[in-house]
Write a protein that binds this ligand. Sequence first.
Ligand SMILES: Nc1nc2c(c(=O)[nH]1)N[C@H]1C(S)=C(S)[C@@H](COP(=O)(O)O)O[C@H]1N2
Ligand SMILES: [Mo]
Length: 230
Amino acid sequence: MRGTPVGRRLVLGMLGLGAAGLVTAPYLQHGFEAVADKDPTGLSGLLPNGGGFRYYSVASSVPERGPENYHLTVGGLVERPAQYTLDALRRLPQTRVVRDVQCVTGWRVPGTPFEGVPLSRLLDAARVRPEAGAIRFDCFDGTYTESLTLPQARRDDVLVALRMQDRPLGHSHGGPVRLYVAPMYFYKSAKWLSGITLTEKPEPGYWERLGYDVDAWVGRSNGRDDAPTV
Ligand SMILES: Nc1nc2c(c(=O)[nH]1)N[C@H]1C(S)=C(S)[C@@H](COP(=O)(O)O)O[C@H]1N2
Ligand SMILES: [Mo]
């Protein structure tokens, strides 16, 4: 397994701390994926994932939101700030993207369908101001953030996703709405998406402040320059 320096440090930390630390410490929780293939703790069967996915949350608990209380705000450097309910997002034209999900520490889920509203559509509706160069994504777990440059965000394989694996996005996978950035490592795909804020420059997200690359192209970032490019 090719681990980043960060990944190796996490693994060593996790083995030292044991299984209790695994489920309580957010930083170590992410480290779990680096050794999940070997599964030295035997805990992976207890995690609410299945289908090859590992479950991640850097927040210890996340409130559930559904059609009655979900809102996505679009604001910052835009002419027309907006707020979307889940129904409003569902009524917009949906795009389907089928790619391999790739976590930076090695696990991969081939051919995973995501469906949702192209992010570019929401940006066009908001009328992005000329001084905006990037987007910050906020999550209703209250902790996680991510960012993209505007050109990255306007790609047609970047979705505000409502469905995954031909089902509505479940809570554990970031439902009812998560970001899906197909060409980048899965940490860019912020779960429990609540806010899209146009900013001048990219603001490094949660894992990026801890050392992961802000530009997270699969195979071309985080020390991996030898894999096929996208
Ligand atoms: N809000 C939030 N989004 C997140 C994360 C997180 O901890 N919190 N983890 C990221 C990472 S590192 C991965 S690999 C994927 C995991 O998504 P999954 O739990 O649906 O498998 O979510 C990404 N988005
Ligand atoms: Mo990840």
